[in-house]
Write a protein that binds this ligand. Sequence first.
Ligand code: WT7
Length: 631
Amino acid sequence: MTLRIRTFEEYEAVYQESVENPEAFWAAQADTFFWRKKWSKVLEWDFRKPDIKWFLGGKMNITENCLDRHLKTRGDQVAILWEPNDPGEAAKTFTYRELHAEVCRMAHVLKKHGIQKGDRICFYMPMIPELAIGLLACARIGAIHSVVFAGFSAHALADRINDATCKMVICADGNYRGNKSIPVKEVVDIALQNTPSIESVLVAQRTGQEVHWQSGRDFWLHEEMKTASESCEAEEMDSEDMLFILYTSGSTGKPKGVVHSCGGYMVYTAYSFKNVFQYDEGDVYWCTADIGWITGHSYIVYGPLLAGATTVMFEGVPTYPDAGRFWEICEKHQVNQFYTAPTAIRALQAQGDRHVTPHDLSKLKVLGTVGEPINTEAWEWYHRLVGKNKLPIVDTWWQTETGGIMISPLAGITWLKPTYATLPLPGIQPCLVNADGVELTENNVEGLLCIKFPWPSILRTTYGDHERCRLTYFSHFEDMYFTGDGARRDENGLYRIIGRVDDVINVSGHRMGTAEVENAINEHPQVVESAVVGFPHKIKGQGIYAFVICTEAPADDEAFRKEVRQVVTEEIGPIAKPDKIQIVSGLPKTRSGKIMRRILRKIADGTADSLGDVSTLLDPAVVEEIRAGVL
Ligand code: WT7
């Protein structure tokens, strides 16, 4: 089983060793898994191409490590503990043995529908057990999953299906979230009007609502599962075969499909899970993320199951039926490790302490956060009220592209400092560079966060466009992976993530490209041009501020804003809706026509008094106009 660090001294020694001899270090971790055939070489890499390979020649299947390997030792232990949206409905459990059987059955269903190794399958699903089972079923037969968060629009879904030329969609009839029921299948039906590669749709039954049916294309999953066998040989995969694609936003263009491969992802997610959360045998671990994001992939499904953990999967929202739901679930299932996002903490903090205090949280040992910088007030509230002033908070910094947690405390082992992600995990070599790419070697500095050496779960490519991967991550600074984040390193070498330095905004932990939102806004017939920036938002971390130029002044500003939000909802989804829309007559542009977002950001966050150098602006008067009209 995965090796676990237990003292600070051990961390220091292991870290040192992992930097001095990374190959031996990772080989020792990889050795704790089941391989059909051992690798012949640990690592080959060239960041310039990029070309990164781990555990070359190794043959394995990640599901044999998530499931089969545990059957003898913990077949009857709960693997997935599913908590439904409605607290009145019974929770469901799947032991490792049951999960293994379900995964095998679903794997047969996929095969029956013509799915083969290498085929792409799109998931558009609520947080129900079939989603986790489905991912593992894909991995079992070597199919590649591409999960699209079920809050995205039909349009966004179709784009992602087409980019990966998926052969199948797996969805549900509907989705319960809080007191709403959302028509999932309906969105899929709309998306599928423009997705020629899709041959079939498997539909999990959740809400029982009426759905449109296209016979020959649509199949009920539960019907198909009925006759499927409970054992299914796992496909032998090469370490470097693709495991999944997950789309994420960048500063330009459409979202890219980040590609992760089998072997390295397996080794790294298990290692980081075990060490960051200090998971003990028998613990109940809960990550509140949605499987539509990387956090759910790595730390609801793969990491915990690889480690033989009991992982909680929650269908609902933090505020239903009331703002005590998280704590009620922690009490009910005796949760030991709890992992959530700062935006959820801030939202619950705003609802008052009374939702937390009545609950017995005495089983909790570790608290975690992920997805965005956590502010001091939220950290302290989480620590005091939920952690009773004694539990460690692991502020975990990482990205879709990194596959696993990169910089974070190891709970109870390494130092904590509020708002700091603190120290790199063993095997991770972060550095800060200035704009010229010169490494800042001293402490007490701020710079651009890069990683100097590969780790096993680094992205391998962006699907269908390797050059884009090179340009985005490996071309800014020579021989380094560029994260897109700015960070500070304090006098003790601890890292604090400041936030994105590119045109990416982080709204409630959701990553959004400003260009993507602008393109959506520009679809409105009355919009000539738009510019989007982030602004500080009390709950969401960042809100979306849109400056919009119209063909002619709208007759009714509010009605126009509503329409713009509607267009964005249709193009991307409700998570991308601008919080503020300011109608302007022009945008601050340089003589070469580039929008100066720096100025718009300052206007939007109310610090426009010091605009800095505006001498390159084509029309400085427009700045005054925008400033006067700020919302
Ligand atoms: C971006 C990656 C990784 C899981 C969820 C987000 C920001 C992530 C932290 C943190 C400050 C953080 C960064 C990063 N971020 N974790 N602990 N402190 N910022 O994955 O959607 O790929 O977004 O989220 O800006 O680049 P993602």
